[in-house]
Design a protein around this ligand. Structure first.
Ligand SMILES: [Cu+2]
Length: 142
Protein backbone atom coordinates (compact mmCIF):
# COMPACT_ATOMS: atom_id res chain seq x y z
CA UNK A 1 0.00 0.00 0.00
CA UNK A 2 2.69 2.39 0.99
CA UNK A 3 4.91 1.31 -1.85
CA UNK A 4 2.12 1.83 -4.35
CA UNK A 5 1.28 5.32 -3.25
CA UNK A 6 4.99 6.20 -3.33
CA UNK A 7 5.20 5.00 -6.93
CA UNK A 8 2.09 6.97 -7.81
CA UNK A 9 3.48 10.20 -6.43
CA UNK A 10 6.81 9.84 -8.19
CA UNK A 11 5.73 10.96 -11.67
CA UNK A 12 3.99 14.08 -10.41
CA UNK A 13 7.06 14.88 -8.33
CA UNK A 14 9.25 14.55 -11.41
CA UNK A 15 6.88 16.61 -13.44
CA UNK A 16 6.98 19.26 -10.78
CA UNK A 17 10.77 19.33 -10.67
CA UNK A 18 11.00 19.39 -14.48
CA UNK A 19 8.54 22.29 -14.56
CA UNK A 20 10.54 24.10 -11.89
CA UNK A 21 13.74 23.46 -13.82
CA UNK A 22 12.14 24.93 -16.93
CA UNK A 23 10.95 27.96 -15.02
CA UNK A 24 14.37 28.43 -13.48
CA UNK A 25 15.86 28.08 -16.94
CA UNK A 26 13.51 30.71 -18.29
CA UNK A 27 14.36 33.04 -15.46
CA UNK A 28 18.05 32.33 -16.05
CA UNK A 29 17.65 33.11 -19.77
CA UNK A 30 15.77 36.28 -18.94
CA UNK A 31 18.48 37.20 -16.47
CA UNK A 32 21.25 36.59 -19.04
CA UNK A 33 19.25 38.55 -21.63
CA UNK A 34 18.89 41.50 -19.24
CA UNK A 35 22.58 41.27 -18.35
CA UNK A 36 23.49 41.42 -22.05
CA UNK A 37 21.24 44.43 -22.61
CA UNK A 38 22.68 46.29 -19.63
CA UNK A 39 26.18 45.35 -20.73
CA UNK A 40 25.44 46.76 -24.19
CA UNK A 41 23.98 49.87 -22.61
CA UNK A 42 27.08 50.31 -20.47
CA UNK A 43 29.34 49.80 -23.49
CA UNK A 44 27.41 52.31 -25.61
CA UNK A 45 27.33 54.79 -22.72
CA UNK A 46 31.06 54.36 -22.27
CA UNK A 47 31.54 54.93 -25.99
CA UNK A 48 29.34 58.02 -26.12
CA UNK A 49 30.93 59.54 -23.03
CA UNK A 50 34.30 58.70 -24.58
CA UNK A 51 33.33 60.57 -27.74
CA UNK A 52 31.92 63.35 -25.57
CA UNK A 53 35.12 63.78 -23.63
CA UNK A 54 37.05 63.72 -26.91
CA UNK A 55 35.03 66.59 -28.34
CA UNK A 56 35.02 68.56 -25.08
CA UNK A 57 38.71 68.05 -24.28
CA UNK A 58 39.76 71.58 -23.42
CA UNK A 59 42.68 73.02 -25.34
CA UNK A 60 45.71 74.05 -23.29
CA UNK A 61 44.49 76.92 -21.14
CA UNK A 62 45.60 80.08 -22.93
CA UNK A 63 43.81 82.53 -20.69
CA UNK A 64 45.34 81.69 -17.32
CA UNK A 65 48.12 83.34 -15.38
CA UNK A 66 49.67 81.53 -12.46
CA UNK A 67 51.11 83.55 -9.62
CA UNK A 68 53.99 81.54 -8.24
CA UNK A 69 57.43 82.33 -6.76
CA UNK A 70 56.53 86.03 -6.63
CA UNK A 71 56.01 86.31 -10.36
CA UNK A 72 53.22 86.22 -12.94
CA UNK A 73 53.54 83.23 -15.29
CA UNK A 74 53.45 83.88 -18.18
CA UNK A 75 54.64 87.43 -17.63
CA UNK A 76 53.06 88.41 -20.96
CA UNK A 77 49.83 86.77 -22.04
CA UNK A 78 48.25 87.43 -25.43
CA UNK A 79 44.49 86.84 -25.75
CA UNK A 80 41.72 87.76 -28.15
CA UNK A 81 39.10 90.43 -27.39
CA UNK A 82 36.43 89.12 -25.05
CA UNK A 83 38.66 86.63 -23.25
CA UNK A 84 38.28 86.10 -19.54
CA UNK A 85 41.73 85.96 -17.99
CA UNK A 86 42.02 84.16 -14.68
CA UNK A 87 44.89 84.63 -12.28
CA UNK A 88 45.44 81.88 -9.72
CA UNK A 89 47.56 82.51 -6.68
CA UNK A 90 49.68 79.37 -6.39
CA UNK A 91 52.16 81.17 -4.19
CA UNK A 92 52.58 81.05 -0.44
CA UNK A 93 51.52 84.65 0.15
CA UNK A 94 48.89 87.20 -0.81
CA UNK A 95 49.29 89.13 -4.08
CA UNK A 96 47.26 91.57 -6.14
CA UNK A 97 46.68 92.05 -9.85
CA UNK A 98 46.56 95.81 -10.22
CA UNK A 99 46.47 97.70 -13.50
CA UNK A 100 49.30 100.22 -13.94
CA UNK A 101 46.67 102.52 -15.48
CA UNK A 102 44.26 101.83 -12.59
CA UNK A 103 41.72 100.30 -14.98
CA UNK A 104 41.38 97.21 -12.82
CA UNK A 105 42.42 95.98 -9.39
CA UNK A 106 41.87 92.52 -7.96
CA UNK A 107 42.38 93.52 -4.36
CA UNK A 108 44.06 90.91 -2.18
CA UNK A 109 44.28 87.46 -3.80
CA UNK A 110 45.00 85.12 -0.93
CA UNK A 111 46.83 81.81 -1.28
CA UNK A 112 44.86 79.45 -3.53
CA UNK A 113 42.39 82.14 -4.61
CA UNK A 114 41.59 83.29 -8.13
CA UNK A 115 40.78 86.57 -9.83
CA UNK A 116 39.13 86.82 -13.24
CA UNK A 117 38.61 89.74 -15.56
CA UNK A 118 37.13 90.01 -19.06
CA UNK A 119 39.28 91.92 -21.53
CA UNK A 120 36.72 93.33 -23.96
CA UNK A 121 38.87 96.07 -25.47
CA UNK A 122 42.01 95.55 -27.57
CA UNK A 123 45.20 96.97 -26.18
CA UNK A 124 48.22 96.28 -24.00
CA UNK A 125 47.47 96.21 -20.29
CA UNK A 126 50.39 96.24 -17.90
CA UNK A 127 49.81 95.38 -14.28
CA UNK A 128 51.70 94.80 -11.05
CA UNK A 129 51.28 93.57 -7.49
CA UNK A 130 50.75 96.40 -5.02
CA UNK A 131 52.29 94.36 -2.21
CA UNK A 132 55.38 93.46 -4.25
CA UNK A 133 55.90 96.25 -6.83
CA UNK A 134 58.69 94.27 -8.52
CA UNK A 135 56.05 91.79 -9.71
CA UNK A 136 54.93 92.89 -13.17
CA UNK A 137 52.86 91.40 -15.93
CA UNK A 138 51.26 92.29 -19.25
CA UNK A 139 48.05 91.26 -20.96
CA UNK A 140 48.01 91.91 -24.71
CA UNK A 141 44.48 91.90 -26.13
CA UNK A 142 44.11 91.57 -29.89
CU1 LIG B 1 52.70 90.15 -4.63
Amino acid sequence: MHKLSFCATMPSHWAYSIQTAFMKNKILHLYIFLLLISAMAIVSCGKSSGYGSNTTTPPPVANAVSIVNMSFTPATLTVSVGTTVTWTNNDGMTHTVTSDASSFDSGDITMGSKYSRVFSVAGTFTYHCTIHPAMKGTIVVK
